[in-house]
Design a protein around this ligand. Structure first.
Ligand SMILES: [Zn+2]
Length: 260
């Protein structure tokens, strides 16, 4: 599972490029992936939490990143999954097996993460349709292993705070992208983990996440997040994360017109 190996003549696995964690804010690191970033957060007991897990096959790279910031595998205590999509929950089962971490996810997405309900399909705009086909082809071309579902230990609801996290990290239920999408907000640090409610385009503009089960609901959720005061750092899953200047980017966004 070493995509960087010179002895591998063709891409036969989905092992992502080796991830070098980048510091987003004190105690928060970005583990970059071609599709679906992972973030690591230091907890108050010295352990770590992961926000999302990348596509299937990403666990070794996540554990390498954890080691690079001083965490042994058993230091990973929590895995928070922002929503059920494969590039977010894809390596959760492998990471649980390797670390014993507990899994936390939005209550309305928990059945899809556990695999006890059939996933709702997104309603795509014309522009999204081409992108969606491209994304699926990319996963297939990379030889992404099949998805393994995973248990959810804690179902999260709007207004919950996360145990062990810095300064009363809040959970916001932001439906639209999926029924149970969640965002994590650290008000004192001005940091938000956005999941796919939004992403950063190549032009540096903040856009509505594509592939939503309910576009209008997704836009309403985006607007709710944009109205939060004091957000400076956006840990997005797709595109470059925004270490600073998030308030302005949120103000200037026009999710109503994205992907049309
Ligand atoms: Zn998604």
């Amino acid at each position: 599972m070493d995509a960087s190996s010179d002895t591998t003549p063709t891409t036969t696995t989905a092992a992502p490029a080796p991830a070098a964690p980048g510091r987003m804010a004190p105690g928060i690191w970005h583990v970059p992936f071609p599709v679906g970033h992972v973030y690591l957060v230091r907890l108050s007991d010295g352990g770590f939490a992961a926000v999302d897990t990348g596509v299937p096959g990403s666990a070794p790279a996540v554990l390498d990143a954890l080691a690079a910031i001083g965490g042994r595998p058993d230091a990973l205590r929590q895995i928070v999954i922002t929503h059920f999509h494969i590039d977010h929950m894809g390596s959760a089962a492998d990471l649980v097996a390797a670390t014993g971490a507990r899994v936390l996810a939005g209550a309305a997405d928990a059945p899809y993460i556990r695999g006890t309900a059939t996933e709702p399909t997104p309603l795509l705009t014309a522009k999204e349709r081409a992108l969606h086909e491209q994304a699926l082809a990319g996963l297939a071309a990379a030889g992404t292993p099949p998805l393994r579902h995973v248990r959810v230990d804690t179902e999260l609801h709007d207004g919950d705070t996360l145990d062990g996290w810095p300064e009363g990290t809040r959970v916001l239920h932001v439906p639209g992208h999926t029924p149970g999408s969640i965002v994590l907000h650290l008000p004192a640090a001005g940091v938000m983990f956005t999941g796919d409610t939004m992403g950063l385009g190549p032009d540096g503009r903040l856009v509505l996440g594509p592939f939503n089960v309910d576009r209008d609901e997704a836009i309403a959720s985006f607007r709710r997040l944009a109205a939060l005061p004091g957000v400076d750092t956006l840990c997005v899953s797709h595109g470059e994360p925004l270490r600073t200047g998030a308030a302005r980017a949120l103000q200037e966004a026009a999710p109503e017109t994205d992907w049309l």
